[in-house]
Write a protein that binds this ligand. Structure first.
Ligand SMILES: *Cc1c(COP(=O)(O)O)cnc(C)c1O
Length: 391
């Protein structure tokens, strides 16, 4: 008779190796002896203890993202914002000063404006297109600068190389949120970044079913500091989310290439349509920083397109209703195309004047291009534009 193995024996004997990564939801891991536990805690032996401190699904995914970014020792966290928080709160202390791009992701801006000052950390927001302004904002107590290379939703291109030079000269850590650009378009580490982070939730996982973040510093000591803070603060990622994201990541380069090709076509199409005031896409020759986009992104425009239509809010309402085949939802990086309207969502807290100064009118839309058939997608946009023109 075939011997029935106990669960622990199956795992120990490894009678057959799974090809797909198993999900390990266990919160606790049993050890064999106090000596062995000592070895684990002192880094002399591999092993897990408690899921908040680390688990196999997070490690497998972290190593895959490390490889994409050309870095080592990245940390997986429960959200992109946990990655931003691990940097800002894990590395800064009261009395420090931090510089941020003035068009960062909304919650990163909020952390800068509302939360860091509560902990005695001073912040200054600067246009990331202006390295000189960054240089002028640096103080003796400036610890780090956080930027995104492509701004949301205005698709402006940061002066990454200029800012990296300024930061290096003054000993300021440069942190790059690479969520929009992704390592397919740009590896910040090759441009002088000290720390790179991602909202894995977006393009890397790609299916809008897992909320995760990743952060990695070039300096292992900084990674240790962030890891310890993240464990203490409880920024733990869920094993199931890590598993889903690992599965999503397997197709990331293919999804990116496809979405990018469609985004380029959509941008060029929209620019020819009556009622469209302007289209912003990095590889278009009429982009305000076309030369910088070319030198940083090497022809990779990524999957985000912004455009502005005539006719104000009424036309914007007609646009989303006419383009009813496209999800009107404020996320990005999904396999499906999503259309968002920053004045009524991400940028609703700003005054109309402040929005206008950024070029965000009531007719401003941001598109995250997905994997639909390009002709069908363009037809869906045309239906929206036609409805908007009738207003
Ligand atoms: C979404 C996003 C974040 C935050 O990520 P979450 O996973 O939603 O916490 C940070 N930065 C950028 C650029 C983003 O788009």
């Amino acid at each position: 008779m075939k011997k029935t193995l106990m669960r622990s024996e199956v795992l120990r004997e490894g009678i057959s190796a799974p090809v797909a990564t198993p999900i390990m939801p266990s919160v606790v891991y049993a050890s064999v002896s106090p000596d062995r536990l000592d070895d684990q805690y002192e880094g002399r032996a591999e092993g897990y203890t408690y899921a908040r401190e680390g688990h196999p699904n997070a490690d497998v995914l972290a190593r895959r993202i490390d490889a994409l970014e050309g870095m080592e020792g990245g940390i997986l966290l429960g959200a992109g914002m946990a990655a931003v928080s691990a940097v800002l709160m894990g590395l800064c202390q009261s009395g420090d000063h931090v510089i941020g791009g003035n068009q960062l992701y909304g919650r990163s801006l909020r952390l800068m404006n509302e939360d860091l000052p509560r902990f005695g950390i001073e912040t200054t927001l600067v246009d990331a297109g202006d390295a000189q302004a960054f240089a002028e904002a640096i103080q003796p107590n400036t610890k780090l600068a956080l930027i995104e290379v492509v701004s949301n939703p205005t698709i402006r291109i940061a002066d990454l190389d200029g800012i990296a030079e300024v930061c290096k000269a003054k000993g300021v850590l440069l942190v790059v949120d690479n969520t929009f650009t992704t390592p397919q378009a740009l590896k910040p580490i090759e441009h002088g970044a000290d720390i790179v982070l991602h909202s894995v939730t977006k393009l890397l996982a790609g299916h809008s079913d897992a909320t995760l973040g990743w952060v990695c510093a070039k300096d292992p000591e900084l990674n240790d500091k962030m890891r310890v803070f993240a464990v203490t603060a409880g920024f733990t990622p869920s094993p199931f989310d890590c598993w889903l994201a690992e599965r999503g990541l397997a197709t990331f380069p293919l999804r990116f290439a496809q979405a990018q090709a469609t985004a380029q076509r959509l941008a060029d199409h929209l620019a020819t349509q009556p009622g469209v005031k302007r289209v912003i896409y990095p590889t278009r020759p009429d982009h305000p920083e076309a030369a910088r986009a070319q030198s940083l992104l090497h022809g990779q425009g990524a999957n985000m397109v912004s455009f502005e239509i005539e006719g104000g809010r009424a036309a914007a309402n007609a646009m989303t209703q006419g383009a009813s085949d496209i999800a009107f939802a404020p996320t990005l990086g999904d396999v499906g195309t999503t259309l968002s309207h920053p004045p009524s969502s991400s940028h609703r807290a700003m005054t109309a004047e402040d929005r206008a100064a950024m070029g965000i009118s009531e007719g401003f839309f941001r598109v995250s291009v997905g994997l639909e058939d390009p002709d069908a997608l363009i037809a869906a946009f045309d239906k929206g534009l036609e409805a908007a023109r009738k207003v």
